[in-house]
Design a protein around this ligand. Structure first.
Ligand code: MG
Length: 236
Protein backbone atom coordinates (compact mmCIF):
# COMPACT_ATOMS: atom_id res chain seq x y z
CA UNK A 1 0.00 0.00 0.00
CA UNK A 2 1.49 3.34 -0.92
CA UNK A 3 -1.30 5.57 -2.12
CA UNK A 4 -3.05 8.06 0.02
CA UNK A 5 -6.66 8.58 -0.85
CA UNK A 6 -8.04 8.57 2.64
CA UNK A 7 -4.92 10.28 3.89
CA UNK A 8 -5.39 13.13 1.48
CA UNK A 9 -8.98 13.38 2.52
CA UNK A 10 -8.05 13.26 6.15
CA UNK A 11 -9.38 16.72 6.82
CA UNK A 12 -12.65 15.82 5.21
CA UNK A 13 -12.80 12.58 7.18
CA UNK A 14 -12.16 14.42 10.44
CA UNK A 15 -14.85 17.01 9.77
CA UNK A 16 -17.27 14.31 8.78
CA UNK A 17 -16.50 12.32 11.88
CA UNK A 18 -17.03 15.34 14.12
CA UNK A 19 -20.25 16.19 12.34
CA UNK A 20 -21.78 12.78 12.43
CA UNK A 21 -20.10 11.51 15.55
CA UNK A 22 -17.65 8.66 15.37
CA UNK A 23 -19.48 5.59 14.26
CA UNK A 24 -18.57 2.32 15.82
CA UNK A 25 -16.53 0.14 13.53
CA UNK A 26 -18.99 -2.70 13.77
CA UNK A 27 -21.90 -0.44 12.86
CA UNK A 28 -20.27 0.79 9.67
CA UNK A 29 -21.26 -2.22 7.64
CA UNK A 30 -24.81 -0.97 7.27
CA UNK A 31 -24.46 2.76 7.66
CA UNK A 32 -20.84 3.76 7.02
CA UNK A 33 -20.62 7.10 5.25
CA UNK A 34 -17.64 5.83 3.28
CA UNK A 35 -19.44 4.06 0.50
CA UNK A 36 -16.15 2.91 -1.01
CA UNK A 37 -15.30 0.97 2.16
CA UNK A 38 -18.85 -0.28 2.57
CA UNK A 39 -18.82 -1.52 -1.04
CA UNK A 40 -15.78 -3.68 -0.38
CA UNK A 41 -16.91 -4.90 3.01
CA UNK A 42 -20.61 -5.43 2.47
CA UNK A 43 -21.63 -5.61 -1.17
CA UNK A 44 -22.33 -8.70 -3.18
CA UNK A 45 -21.15 -6.70 -6.17
CA UNK A 46 -17.59 -6.59 -4.83
CA UNK A 47 -17.64 -10.28 -3.98
CA UNK A 48 -18.77 -11.37 -7.42
CA UNK A 49 -16.57 -8.90 -9.30
CA UNK A 50 -13.40 -10.03 -7.55
CA UNK A 51 -14.33 -13.68 -8.10
CA UNK A 52 -15.16 -12.94 -11.72
CA UNK A 53 -11.72 -11.44 -12.33
CA UNK A 54 -9.98 -14.34 -10.65
CA UNK A 55 -12.02 -16.85 -12.66
CA UNK A 56 -10.97 -15.11 -15.88
CA UNK A 57 -7.37 -15.23 -14.72
CA UNK A 58 -7.69 -18.93 -13.88
CA UNK A 59 -9.03 -19.77 -17.34
CA UNK A 60 -6.19 -17.83 -18.94
CA UNK A 61 -3.53 -19.43 -16.75
CA UNK A 62 -4.73 -22.96 -17.44
CA UNK A 63 -4.62 -22.28 -21.18
CA UNK A 64 -1.20 -20.65 -20.95
CA UNK A 65 0.15 -23.51 -18.87
CA UNK A 66 -0.61 -25.88 -21.68
CA UNK A 67 1.24 -23.71 -24.21
CA UNK A 68 4.46 -22.98 -22.39
CA UNK A 69 7.08 -25.63 -21.86
CA UNK A 70 9.27 -23.40 -19.72
CA UNK A 71 8.96 -22.98 -15.97
CA UNK A 72 6.18 -20.45 -15.64
CA UNK A 73 4.60 -18.34 -12.98
CA UNK A 74 2.25 -15.52 -12.13
CA UNK A 75 2.96 -12.21 -10.41
CA UNK A 76 0.52 -10.66 -7.99
CA UNK A 77 0.32 -7.69 -5.68
CA UNK A 78 -0.60 -8.43 -2.05
CA UNK A 79 -2.76 -5.69 -0.51
CA UNK A 80 -6.29 -5.44 -1.92
CA UNK A 81 -5.28 -8.09 -4.47
CA UNK A 82 -4.80 -11.08 -2.17
CA UNK A 83 -5.33 -9.53 1.28
CA UNK A 84 -8.42 -7.48 2.10
CA UNK A 85 -7.39 -4.55 4.30
CA UNK A 86 -10.76 -2.83 4.28
CA UNK A 87 -10.91 -3.20 8.08
CA UNK A 88 -7.78 -1.03 8.26
CA UNK A 89 -9.38 1.55 5.98
CA UNK A 90 -12.42 1.50 8.23
CA UNK A 91 -10.15 2.04 11.21
CA UNK A 92 -8.67 5.13 9.52
CA UNK A 93 -12.09 6.47 8.61
CA UNK A 94 -13.42 5.95 12.12
CA UNK A 95 -10.45 7.43 13.95
CA UNK A 96 -9.60 10.39 11.78
CA UNK A 97 -6.11 9.01 11.28
CA UNK A 98 -4.39 8.77 7.92
CA UNK A 99 -2.08 6.26 6.27
CA UNK A 100 0.46 5.10 7.35
CA UNK A 101 -0.76 5.60 10.91
CA UNK A 102 -1.50 2.18 12.32
CA UNK A 103 -0.48 0.41 9.10
CA UNK A 104 2.51 -1.41 10.57
CA UNK A 105 0.49 -2.50 13.61
CA UNK A 106 -2.29 -3.69 11.31
CA UNK A 107 0.15 -5.81 9.32
CA UNK A 108 1.55 -7.32 12.52
CA UNK A 109 -1.96 -8.37 13.56
CA UNK A 110 -2.14 -10.63 10.48
CA UNK A 111 -5.87 -10.02 10.56
CA UNK A 112 -6.74 -9.25 6.93
CA UNK A 113 -8.98 -11.84 5.29
CA UNK A 114 -8.50 -13.08 1.74
CA UNK A 115 -9.87 -11.19 -1.24
CA UNK A 116 -12.70 -13.25 -2.77
CA UNK A 117 -11.38 -15.71 -5.33
CA UNK A 118 -7.71 -15.17 -4.55
CA UNK A 119 -7.09 -18.41 -2.68
CA UNK A 120 -8.85 -20.43 -5.38
CA UNK A 121 -6.71 -18.75 -8.03
CA UNK A 122 -3.45 -19.34 -6.19
CA UNK A 123 -4.40 -22.97 -5.64
CA UNK A 124 -5.26 -23.36 -9.34
CA UNK A 125 -1.88 -21.92 -10.32
CA UNK A 126 -0.09 -24.27 -7.97
CA UNK A 127 -2.12 -27.27 -9.18
CA UNK A 128 -1.34 -26.37 -12.81
CA UNK A 129 2.38 -26.42 -12.04
CA UNK A 130 2.92 -22.67 -11.91
CA UNK A 131 4.92 -20.56 -9.49
CA UNK A 132 3.44 -17.73 -7.45
CA UNK A 133 5.44 -14.52 -7.07
CA UNK A 134 4.04 -11.80 -4.83
CA UNK A 135 5.62 -8.38 -5.42
CA UNK A 136 4.44 -6.10 -2.65
CA UNK A 137 5.29 -2.62 -1.44
CA UNK A 138 5.18 -3.84 2.12
CA UNK A 139 8.57 -3.12 3.67
CA UNK A 140 11.26 -5.66 4.48
CA UNK A 141 10.51 -5.12 8.17
CA UNK A 142 6.94 -6.21 7.49
CA UNK A 143 7.86 -9.22 5.39
CA UNK A 144 8.13 -11.82 8.15
CA UNK A 145 4.61 -11.06 9.34
CA UNK A 146 3.40 -11.14 5.74
CA UNK A 147 4.88 -14.59 5.24
CA UNK A 148 3.28 -15.75 8.49
CA UNK A 149 -0.03 -14.26 7.44
CA UNK A 150 0.00 -16.08 4.10
CA UNK A 151 0.87 -19.31 5.87
CA UNK A 152 -1.89 -18.80 8.43
CA UNK A 153 -4.41 -18.33 5.62
CA UNK A 154 -2.92 -21.32 3.78
CA UNK A 155 -2.22 -19.21 0.72
CA UNK A 156 0.36 -20.89 -1.53
CA UNK A 157 3.34 -18.82 -2.72
CA UNK A 158 6.86 -19.33 -4.03
CA UNK A 159 8.18 -15.85 -3.32
CA UNK A 160 6.96 -12.86 -1.37
CA UNK A 161 9.19 -9.98 -2.45
CA UNK A 162 8.87 -6.99 -0.17
CA UNK A 163 10.07 -3.50 -0.92
CA UNK A 164 13.83 -3.36 -0.44
CA UNK A 165 13.84 0.38 0.09
CA UNK A 166 10.99 2.64 1.06
CA UNK A 167 11.63 4.85 -1.96
CA UNK A 168 11.59 2.03 -4.53
CA UNK A 169 8.67 1.27 -6.75
CA UNK A 170 8.05 -2.11 -8.33
CA UNK A 171 9.69 -1.50 -11.73
CA UNK A 172 13.14 -2.78 -10.77
CA UNK A 173 11.72 -5.91 -9.21
CA UNK A 174 9.48 -6.50 -12.22
CA UNK A 175 12.50 -6.26 -14.52
CA UNK A 176 14.41 -8.81 -12.45
CA UNK A 177 11.45 -11.18 -12.41
CA UNK A 178 11.10 -10.94 -16.19
CA UNK A 179 14.85 -11.43 -16.68
CA UNK A 180 14.79 -14.62 -14.58
CA UNK A 181 16.96 -12.81 -12.11
CA UNK A 182 15.15 -14.00 -9.03
CA UNK A 183 15.53 -17.23 -7.13
CA UNK A 184 12.25 -18.39 -5.65
CA UNK A 185 11.99 -19.18 -1.96
CA UNK A 186 10.89 -22.65 -2.99
CA UNK A 187 13.89 -22.96 -5.32
CA UNK A 188 14.45 -22.51 -9.02
CA UNK A 189 13.52 -19.75 -11.40
CA UNK A 190 10.63 -18.79 -13.59
CA UNK A 191 11.22 -18.33 -17.32
CA UNK A 192 7.79 -17.07 -18.29
CA UNK A 193 5.27 -14.88 -16.48
CA UNK A 194 1.87 -15.78 -17.88
CA UNK A 195 -0.36 -13.49 -15.77
CA UNK A 196 -0.17 -10.36 -13.65
CA UNK A 197 -2.79 -9.52 -11.02
CA UNK A 198 -3.13 -6.27 -9.07
CA UNK A 199 -5.50 -3.61 -7.80
CA UNK A 200 -3.45 -0.62 -9.01
CA UNK A 201 -2.13 0.37 -12.41
CA UNK A 202 1.32 0.36 -10.78
CA UNK A 203 1.05 -3.39 -10.24
CA UNK A 204 1.59 -4.00 -13.96
CA UNK A 205 4.88 -3.79 -15.88
CA UNK A 206 5.47 -0.61 -17.85
CA UNK A 207 2.23 0.93 -16.61
CA UNK A 208 3.87 1.50 -13.27
CA UNK A 209 6.39 3.74 -15.01
CA UNK A 210 4.39 5.25 -17.84
CA UNK A 211 0.98 5.43 -16.25
CA UNK A 212 -2.24 4.58 -18.06
CA UNK A 213 -1.20 6.23 -21.33
CA UNK A 214 0.46 3.07 -22.58
CA UNK A 215 -2.33 1.80 -24.82
CA UNK A 216 -0.42 -1.36 -25.77
CA UNK A 217 -0.21 -2.38 -22.14
CA UNK A 218 -3.81 -1.34 -21.45
CA UNK A 219 -4.92 -3.75 -24.16
CA UNK A 220 -3.52 -6.61 -22.09
CA UNK A 221 -6.21 -6.26 -19.42
CA UNK A 222 -8.48 -9.27 -19.59
CA UNK A 223 -5.77 -11.09 -21.56
CA UNK A 224 -2.84 -11.58 -19.22
CA UNK A 225 -3.34 -8.53 -16.96
CA UNK A 226 -6.14 -8.77 -14.38
CA UNK A 227 -7.35 -5.89 -12.20
CA UNK A 228 -9.09 -6.48 -8.86
CA UNK A 229 -11.44 -3.60 -7.95
CA UNK A 230 -10.26 -1.29 -5.17
CA UNK A 231 -12.33 1.88 -4.75
CA UNK A 232 -10.73 2.73 -1.37
CA UNK A 233 -7.40 4.19 -2.50
CA UNK A 234 -5.10 4.37 -5.52
CA UNK A 235 -3.07 6.67 -7.73
CA UNK A 236 -6.18 8.12 -9.36
MG1 MG B 1 -2.48 -3.37 -3.77
Amino acid sequence: MQFRPLRQRNGFVLVLALTLGLRSLSGCAGSCSHSEIRWVRSSTEYQVTAREVYRMATVHVREAAGRTGAPWGVVLDADETILDNSAYQLQLAGSGQSYPQGWDAWIMKEAAPVVPGAKEFLTAVRNAGGKIIVVTNRLETQCRATHAHFNKLELPFDLIWCKPDKDDGKAARFRLVQAQGVTLETGGHVSSIVAWVGDSIADFPSLGETGPTDTTSLARFGVDYFMIPNPMYGPW
